[in-house]
Design a protein around this ligand. Structure first.
Ligand code: Z5A
Length: 206
C-alpha cells in the first residue's frame, strides 16, 4: 500500500472537521490525491450504523458491548470498502477518528476492558494502523463550549466526568505511541492550528 492514512482525533469540538477540510485543500493544491472520510459513517452501511450509534433520542438503552461491536463493525467495513482500496491507489486519506477513539471513549470513557478493545481493534483493522495521528488537544470545556447551541448527540450528552476520562485517554495514548500520535494545541486559532499540522505532515510524511 503506497498511500498514507492520516487520522484526526480528539474530544468533541476539538476542530477535526475544520482542520481536515483545510488539509484537504492544502494537499490538493500540492497535486496530492486525497480522500476525506470518517468513523463511524465512512461507508453506506456505516451511515446506518452512525445513525444507530449517535441518534440523539432513540437507542438510549444501547448496551456498552453492543456499542463497541457496532463501532468495530463500522470500522471493518470502512477498511475493506474505503481505506484499503484508496491506500492501494496511493491516495492520502484524511480520516476523522479511528482506533484511538475506541480506546479513549469505550476504554477510558466507559471503562470497558482494554484487552477486549485491543482484540476488537485488531480484528476490525487486520493490523492496519495510521501513518500518523494528529491529536487536536483542547480542554473538554472549550470543545463543548464551541458546540453550544447545537443539539447534542448520544455521546455528547454524557457527563463531564466521562468527557474528562476520554481526554485523559488521549493524553495517555500520546505518551504510549509518540512516533504515531502527534499532539497539536487545538486551542490556537484555526490558521495557527492548520500551519502546525502542515509543518508536522511535511516533516513526517513528505
Ligand atoms: N466514537 C466512539 O465512541 N468510539 C469510536 O470508536 C468512534 C467514535 C470511531 C463521533 O462524533 C462520535 O463517535 C464521537 C466519538 C464516538 N463522540 N461524540 N459525540 P464525531 O467525531 O463525528 O463528532 P464530534 O467528536 O462531536 O466532533 P465534531 O462535533 O464534528 O467536532 P470537530 O469536528 O472536532 O470540530 P469542528 O466541527 O471542526 O469545530 C467545532 C466548532 O468549533 C465549529 O463551530 C468550528 O467553527 C469551531 N472551531 C474549530 N476550530 C476552532 C478554533 N481553532 N478556534 C475556535 N473555534 C474553532
Amino acid at each position: 500500500m503506497n498511500g498514507k492514512l492520516i487520522v484526526f482525533e480528539g474530544v468533541e469540538g476539538c476542530g477535526k472537521t475544520t482542520q481536515m477540510q483545510l488539509c484537504f485543500q492544502w494537499l490538493e493544491s500540492l497535486n496530492i490525491s486525497v480522500v476525506l472520510t470518517r468513523e463511524p459513517g465512512g461507508t453506506e452501511l456505516g451511515k446506518d450504523l452512525r445513525g444507530l450509534l449517535l441518534s440523539k433520542s432513540a437507542n438510549k438503552s444501547i448496551s456498552e458491548i453492543t456499542e463497541i461491536l457496532l463501532y468495530a463493525a463500522d470500522r471493518a467495513q470502512h477498511i475493506e470498502e474505503e481505506l484499503k482500496p484508496n491506500l492501494a491507489m496511493g491516495k492520502y486519506i484524511l480520516c476523522d477518528r479511528y482506533t484511538d477513539s475506541t480506546i479513549a471513549y469505550q476504554g477510558y470513557g466507559r471503562g470497558l476492558d482494554m484487552s477486549l478493545i485491543n482484540n476488537l481493534n485488531q480484528i476490525a483493522t487486520g493490523g492496519l494502523t495510521s501513518d500518523i495521528t494528529i491529536w487536536l488537544d483542547v480542554d473538554v470545556e472549550v470543545g463543548l463550549w464551541r458546540k453550544r447551541g447545537q443539539a447534542l448527540d448520544r455521546i455528547e450528552q454524557e457527563t463531564m466526568d466521562f468527557h474528562r476520562r476520554v481526554q485523559w485517554g488521549y493524553t495517555e495514548l500520546a505518551v504510549s505511541y509518540p512516533s504515531r500520535i502527534v499532539r497539536v494545541d487545538g486551542s490556537a486559532s484555526q490558521e495557527v492550528v492548520q500551519q502546525n499540522i502542515q509543518n508536522i505532515l511535511q516533516k513526517r510524511l513528505f
